[in-house]
Design a protein around this ligand. Structure first.
Ligand code: UVW
Length: 320
C-alpha cells in the first residue's frame, strides 16, 4: 500500500455516512487493525537495522506495580500452586485485569458515544469474547513490530523552563511534541510506533501510599497527558503513526474534559483505529537515549493471543 496516496486528515472521511475525522474504510470495509496497517514487512526489516549495541529495554512495569491499579480496576492476586504428584509449581492469577498496568488499549476498548460505534463502524454487540469477537486483541498478536521513536516531552518542557506537573491534568500540545522531536533531531516516518514520555510514571514512583490509593480511583486520579484536540489527531494521522504509547494512565490527561465527544480516546481508537499504550515504563530507555543521543530503536510487542480480547499487557521491548 502506498501510504502517500492515503487521504490526509483534512480529506477524511472518505466513506459516505462515516463520522467526520474518521478514516473508516481507508484500510478496507472490514479492516479491524487500523493504523497497525502502517507496519509492513519492509518497515520491520528497516527497524531491525536499528539494533546496533544489543541493549534491551523492557517497557512494561512488573505486574502489580501500580497498586492499587488505576480507574478502580482490581489488584491482581498471584498465588503459586503446588503440583499434586511432581515437585513442581504453577502460577494462578486471580482478578487479573489486562489493563492493571502497562497495557495496550485494543480497538474494542472505547467506542465513540455519539455514533454508538467502535473503529470502522463496529457495533457494541459485535465486541464479544472468542474468535468471532470483532476488533479482538488477538488480531494484533503478531503485528506490533517496527521502528520505535521516543519523544521525551517531559524533559523537553523542563529544559524550556515550562515544566509540566505530571500529577495534574496538564496538557502536551502538538507544538510540544513537534519541538521535542526537532530538539533531538528526530524525524518521524510512516509506520513509527511513537512513545511519549510525559513524566507521570516518575511522579507516581515518588507518591505516598495515600496518594497512590487516591490515584487508583476514577474520581481521585489526576494525570498529565496529550491534549485531545483535532489538531493532535491530524498530526498523528498525517505522520502515519502506527501506534502511540505513553507513560501516563490515559495517554491524554485525566480527568477528560468532555466524556461525550471530545476525548483523544474517541479521536484515536474509535475514529482512526490508532492503538493506545498506557503506563509504559520509559524511564531506562529515556536515560539511555539521552546518553547516546539515539531516539530510535526496534520495538517488539506481543499482545496476548486472547481471542476477542479487549486489551493486553504491553509485553514490549525496545532494542537498540
Ligand atoms: C479508559 O479510558 C476507560 O481507560 P484507559 O485509560 O485505561 O484506556
Amino acid at each position: 500500500m502506498n501510504f502517500d496516496r492515503l487521504p490526509k486528515f483534512d480529506e477524511l472521511p472518505i466513506k459516505e455516512g462515516a463520522p467526520p475525522d474518521s478514516n473508516w474504510g481507508v484500510f478496507g470495509e472490514d479492516d479491524q487493525i487500523g493504523c497497525l496497517n502502517f507496519l509492513t514487512p519492509e518497515s520491520i526489516v528497516e527497524a531491525a537495522r536499528l539494533v546496533r549495541k544489543g541493549e534491551v529495554f523492557r517497557l512494561d512495569l512488573p505486574v502489580g506495580y501500580v497498586d492499587p491499579p488505576i480507574l478502580n480496576r482490581p489488584p491482581v492476586q498471584h498465588t503459586i500452586t503446588r503440583f499434586p504428584v511432581l515437585l513442581a509449581h504453577d502460577d494462578k492469577l486471580d482478578e487479573y485485569n489486562t489493563q492493571e498496568g502497562s497495557q495496550w488499549d485494543g480497538l474494542g476498548h472505547v467506542g465513540h458515544p455519539a455514533y454508538n460505534a467502535f473503529y470502522n463502524g463496529v457495533k457494541p454487540e459485535e465486541i464479544v469474547s472468542g474468535p468471532d469477537g470483532k476488533l479482538g486483541i488477538h488480531l494484533w498478536a503478531d503485528k506490533i513490530v517496527g521502528r520505535g521513536v521516543l519523544l521525551d516531552a517531559f524533559k523537553f518542557r523542563n529544559e524550556q523552563g515550562r515544566p509540566v506537573d505530571p500529577g495534574a491534568p496538564e496538557e502536551y500540545t502538538v507544538a510540544d511534541l513537534q519541538q521535542a522531536a526537532e530538539a533531538r533531531g528526530v524525524d518521524l516516518k510512516p509506520g513509527d510506533i511513537l512513545l511519549v514520555r510525559t513524566g507521570w510514571l516518575q511522579h507516581y514512583a515518588k507518591a505516598s501510599p495515600e496518594e497512590k490509593r487516591r490515584t487508583g480511583t476514577v474520581n481521585g486520579l489526576r494525570a498529565c497527558g496529550l491534549d485531545h484536540s483535532r489538531e493532535m489527531a491530524a498530526w498523528l494521522w498525517d505522520h502515519r503513526i502506527a501506534a502511540l504509547a505513553t507513560d501516563c494512565p490515559a495517554v491524554e490527561t485525566w480527568p477528560w474534559k468532555d466524556y461525550r465527544s471530545e476525548a483523544l480516546h474517541y479521536r484515536t481508537l474509535a475514529l482512526l483505529g490508532l492503538p493506545l499504550g498506557e503506563l509504559f515504563d520509559l524511564e531506562a530507555l529515556a536515560t539511555d537515549c539521552a546518553q547516546d543521543g539515539v531516539y530510535e530503536f526496534m520495538l517488539v510487542s506481543a499482545p496476548l493471543n486472547l481471542r476477542g480480547g479487549i486489551a493486553s499487557p504491553a509485553n514490549a521491548l525496545a532494542i537498540k
